[in-house]
Design a protein around this ligand. Structure first.
Ligand code: IMP
Ligand code: ZN
Length: 352
């Protein structure tokens, strides 16, 4: 089932020569920042919605879920316009309604992994993926079951191709964050393929102080740590410094770092997960010309090019690399050798 690319990534892709496109497709690339429920190929989500509707009709249930789902699907199909940050987070209840039991979650996970790892025209989008997801408790599954369901799908691929990052939502109650990290450590110790912990969710919500102890436990257990950080202008610099004090290995976005934060990031060589389309479409960065990737490139600092959420952003990993290659203003106009180096930085920043 095909995922179609629109927007900045599509425009960049369309501007490339066949040789350039071939180069990008063949380049071994690591996808290190992809959220499971934000990365479901649209046709799979549509299928899950159809099945859900049929099963509800059979069960003769009265529920408002189909209406939320229908409205959400319409938005995603038409291409979402994000005027404010909450427009983005408001998309997830509809998606979540469709991945709320183990069978549907497994199907969604398989669809995501196939999109990134199976060959299309002779090449996969990614050589390797670290897929992240917040373990969600629903009436039909526990958080443990959620993690195991995702792991079962990830482990259908060899270790050099896929791994799981357990994500914590900033709005999560502290006890649930504790539970997620405990499962992650236990399962890792039991040989399951969990490689890291992420902190994500609405960057203006939650109190991260409570999470410090769980990040420490995760690191002590040998898990990698990546944190969404300074994603929007409103993120207080004190919070950014606090997040950096947890000694993360990688950072998501890191769009609004001040000089002090940048100094720490350089000293500790924290890899920056760069999501170009995501930043443009969420309007946290107005144009590629002023994107913070330029700063990190000019400082030869490790970065990884990532998609974030291909479902709402309608991008792809090859499309993100096309944004590096396309001539300005469609892209950054980088040379093949520079792009090859960036792809290697991504591969070198894997948690395993
Ligand atoms: P999930 O963890 O598989 O459910 O993926 C979707 C979740 O990831 C959303 O509910 C958000 O909390 C989170 N997420 C996705 N993209 C972003 C982002 O760019 N910033 C912060 N959180 C995000
Ligand atoms: Zn993200």
């Amino acid at each position: 089932m095909v995922h179609t690319v629109h927007g900045p990534a599509a425009n960049a892709l369309a501007s490339l020569t066949p040789h350039q496109l071939d180069f990008l497709k063949k380049l071994p690339k690591a996808e290190l920042h992809a959220h499971l429920n934000g990365s479901i190929p649209f046709p799979i989500l549509q299928q899950l919605a159809q099945e859900r509707e049929t099963s509800l009709a059979h069960a003769d249930e009265i529920s408002n879920v189909p209406e939320i789902v229908r409205a959400g699907l319409e938005k995603l199909k038409a291409g979402v316009v994000l005027d404010q940050l909450h427009d983005f987070f408001d998309l997830f209840p509809a998606i979540y309604a469709l991945t709320s039991n183990p069978a549907a979650l497994a199907r969604a996970t398989r669809g995501v992994l196939e999109h990134f790892l199976e060959e299309q025209d002779g090449c996969p989008q990614a050589a390797y993926i670290e897929l992240r997801s917040i373990p969600r408790e629903t009436p039909e599954m526990t958080r443990r079951k959620y993690i195991e369901t995702v792991l079962d799908e990830i482990e259908r691929y060899p270790p050099e191709r896929a791994a799981y990052i357990v994500a914590l939502d900033r709005r999560m109650e502290s006890r649930f964050a504790a539970e997620c990290v405990q499962h992650a450590i236990e399962l890792k110790n039991a040989g399951r393929r969990i490689v890291g912990i992420d902190l994500c969710g609405d960057p203006t919500a939650g109190n991260i102080t409570e999470f410090a102890q769980y990040f420490r436990q995760a690191k002590e257990a040998g898990l990698g740590l990546t944190l969404h950080i300074a994603e929007v202008k409103e993120c207080p610099p004190t919070e950014t410094l606090q997040l950096l004090s947890f000694k993360p290995d990688r950072l998501g976005h890191a769009t609004f770092l001040d000089d002090e934060a940048k100094r720490i990031v350089h000293t500790d060589e924290m890899c920056i997960e760069i999501c170009l389309s995501s930043n443009l479409l969420c309007k946290t960065v107005p144009t590629l010309d002023v994107h913070h990737i330029r700063y990190y490139l000019s400082h030869n600092h490790p970065i990884a090019i990532c998609t974030d959420d291909i479902l709402p952003f309608r991008n792809s990993l090859v499309g993100e690399y096309a944004l590096l290659m396309a001539t300005p203003p469609l892209g950054l106009g980088l040379e093949e050798a520079e792009i090859e180096k960036i792809a290697k930085m991504g591969m070198n920043s894997r948690f395993r």
